[in-house]
Design a protein around this ligand. Sequence first.
Ligand SMILES: [Zn+2]
Length: 113
Amino acid sequence: MKKFIRKIAEWFRHKYHFYTSPKFNFELVKDLPEFLPERKVLVVAEGNQSDTLAFKCPCGCDSTILLNLLQDTKPRWKYRVTKRGNITISPSVWRKVGCKSHFFVREGRIDWV
Ligand SMILES: [Zn+2]
């Protein structure tokens, strides 16, 4: 029973962090700028073909995260814009270097794993 209550408390804490975390907007760009804006996912698109997602690591380490969208290159991510106009990225982002952050981007918010 104690375990169960702890689980519930954890779940609430997780949700609370999720909904109170700052939201990421997104923007379509043609070229990657030299400096990435704060809390914004840039969708780099060449014509109709979006090839890269670029944003600053949400942990605050200031690293640039680049995600490949091209079908024939691996690993590959997908993004979609939800009904509410927010960006959702799948699968999760897991940095193997630096801060080793592991998170999902759901509805423009960072969901830490
Ligand atoms: Zn980081």
